[in-house]
Design a protein around this ligand. Structure first.
Ligand SMILES: *Cc1c(COP(=O)(O)O)cnc(C)c1O
Length: 486
């Protein structure tokens, strides 16, 4: 497909404009005027509409296709949240307005959204206080790790390590390392944290343990009460990676379970289309003992019920993001939580878990499932047997699914399962869609036995076929000729 610049034809116009009565130099200072014409393509309105409509059809997205991407909660995102985020009173607000005393009066609604979202997240998770500043899950982890460091430093504790189970999402050890901790991996047994391995790794130097529950295998950490006590007895804190909150909404609260710090991925659990690199939001919740270290600013309410920004927290770790985080994402989460309400959020986790277990049981016939027991919102299958028998690997299954109109599941993660195929259907897919996915995977598995070369040649129906992924990452061509020139 040609770029808009290649389609440009000198003199072609979109909108007929009368010559303006005033010229820019009448009101823009000379030093700020452009020296030469802006390099814009000359196209008709129809050229532009067709160009972008065609481009959008090359996208593989959740609005058109099933997206069982494990560990990502790629749910269908209700469109009403977009309407709310676009309300002019929110969308047109100047980002610096809340900083000005006078203008703060005009943005009471936006400040209230932040204040109330924090309160709702406290209620949902059982934590005592939240910050909405972090702009992604990983950013929340880093913020949490810095809060943990500040807590220990304040008490004169010499703590240098953070423990992460070997099933952890890669961002956990990365965030802990960036916050200055030494990261120690703890082996799991039968898919969950092994309390003995944890006990062996716990000593005076451990600042915190980062847990994901349910973990990245979709399994609930059954030894949780024992683990929590062990960690606290060792003088360490417990971090809860809340990316999988979808699975436990309304059923369990990390704060009640004894976690000290956690993050929530608003862009996974509470609407906002996830993927394509953003925008995201990774609020961090803490217990009362850790609240003094939260980043600034904080939104507070005075006696008259007016909201304002407060910076007076001497023990705060400081700024982690400009302004107030990704406000549009926060707004969508707020609208989503209010719309679903208590009962709706409980149904989210029940449906998500039911859908995952339905797929798990129906796919037993064509995929190996190493930890095959009741799962939470996702499960991990393995293509290892087929890889050995026919050479058809997890990557090939993923590519073949694209040809049949499904996005690929997450593959090769978590690392503790060979040839991993990680499937998360989410609560929003119908049984019809799940059944179609099962039938298509069964067809691909049958094809892998009879004609493995066919599966390895997929995808054939996509704008691009198999890529050399290393070359694609190292030698990026961003003006690819994707489809026949039109
Ligand atoms: C997605 C995810 C993260 C990281 O969140 P981002 O918003 O992508 O930075 C961390 N942990 C788990 C378990 C996740 O699934």
């Amino acid at each position: 497909m040609r770029t808009v610049f290649e389609k440009s034809r000198a003199g072609r116009e979109g909108v007929w404009q009368e010559k303006p009565a005033a010229s820019a130099s009448d009101f823009i200072p000379a030093g700020l005027l452009r020296g030469r014409e802006a390099n814009l393509p000359s196209l008709s309105e129809l050229d532009v509409v067709r160009h972008f409509t065609r481009l959008s059809r090359l996208n593989f997205g959740v609005d058109a296709n099933f997206y069982p991407l494990g560990s990502c909660t790629m749910k269908y995102n209700p469109k009403f949240t977009e309407v709310v985020a676009n309300l002019p009173g929110f969308a047109r607000l100047h980002p610096l307005a809340p900083q000005l005393c006078v203008a703060a009066k005009w943005c009471q609604g936006s400040l209230e959204v932040i204040y109330e979202t924090e309160r709702l997240l406290c209620e949902i998770t059982g934590m005592d206080a939240f910050t909405l500043h972090p702009m992604a899950g990983a950013h929340g982890e880093l913020t949490g790790a810095l809060i943990i460091a500040a807590y220990h430093a304040d008490r004169g504790n010499k703590k240098t390590k953070i423990l992460c189970p070997d099933s952890a999402h890669g961002t956990n050890p990365a965030s802990a390392a960036i916050a200055g901790f030494e990261v120690v991996s703890v082996a799991s047994r039968d898919g969950i944290v092994d309390p003995e391995a944890l006990a062996a790794a716990l000593d005076d130097s451990v600042a915190a343990v980062m847990l994901t529950c349910p973990n990245t295998l979709g399994l609930f950490e059954r030894h949780l009460p024992k683990i929590v006590d062990m960690i606290h007895d060792a003088g360490a804190l417990l971090y809860y990676d809340g990316a999988n909150l979808n699975a436990i909404l309304g059923k369990m609260r990390p704060g009640d379970a004894g976690f000290d710090v956690m993050h929530v991925n608003l862009h996974k659990t509470f609407a906002t289309p996830h993927g394509g690199g953003g925008p995201g939001s990774g609020p961090v919740g803490v217990s009362a003992a850790l609240a003094p270290y939260l980043p600034i600013s904080r939104v507070v309410k005075d006696e008259e019920g007016l909201y304002y920004l407060d910076y007076d927290y001497p023990k705060s770790i400081g700024y982690v993001a400009p302004l107030y985080g990704n406000f549009g994402v926060i707004l969508k989460a707020y609208a989503y939580i209010l719309r679903l309400g208590r009962e709706g959020l409980i149904r989210v986790s029940e449906q998500a878990v039911l859908a995952a277990n339905y797929l798990r049981v129906r796919l037993e016939s064509c995929l190996d499932i190493p930890y095959n027991r009741i799962c939470m919102h996702e499960f991990v299958a393995s293509a290892e047997k087929s890889a050995q028998a026919t050479g058809v690997r997890a990557l090939d299954l993923a590519k073949a699914l694209l040809d049949r109109g499904h996005h690929a599941p997450t593959i090769y993660f978590p690392l503790i399962v060979k040839e991993a195929v990680m499937i998360e259907p989410t609560e929003t897919e119908s049984k019809d869609t799940l059944d179609l996915f099962v039938e298509d995977l069964q067809r691909i598995a049958a094809q892998a036995e009879h004609a493995p070369e066919e599966v390895k040649a997929a995808p054939r129906a996509m704008p691009v076929g198999r890529l050399d992924e290393t070359k694609a990452a190292r030698d990026m061509v961003l003006t690819a000729d994707l489809a026949p020139a039109r």
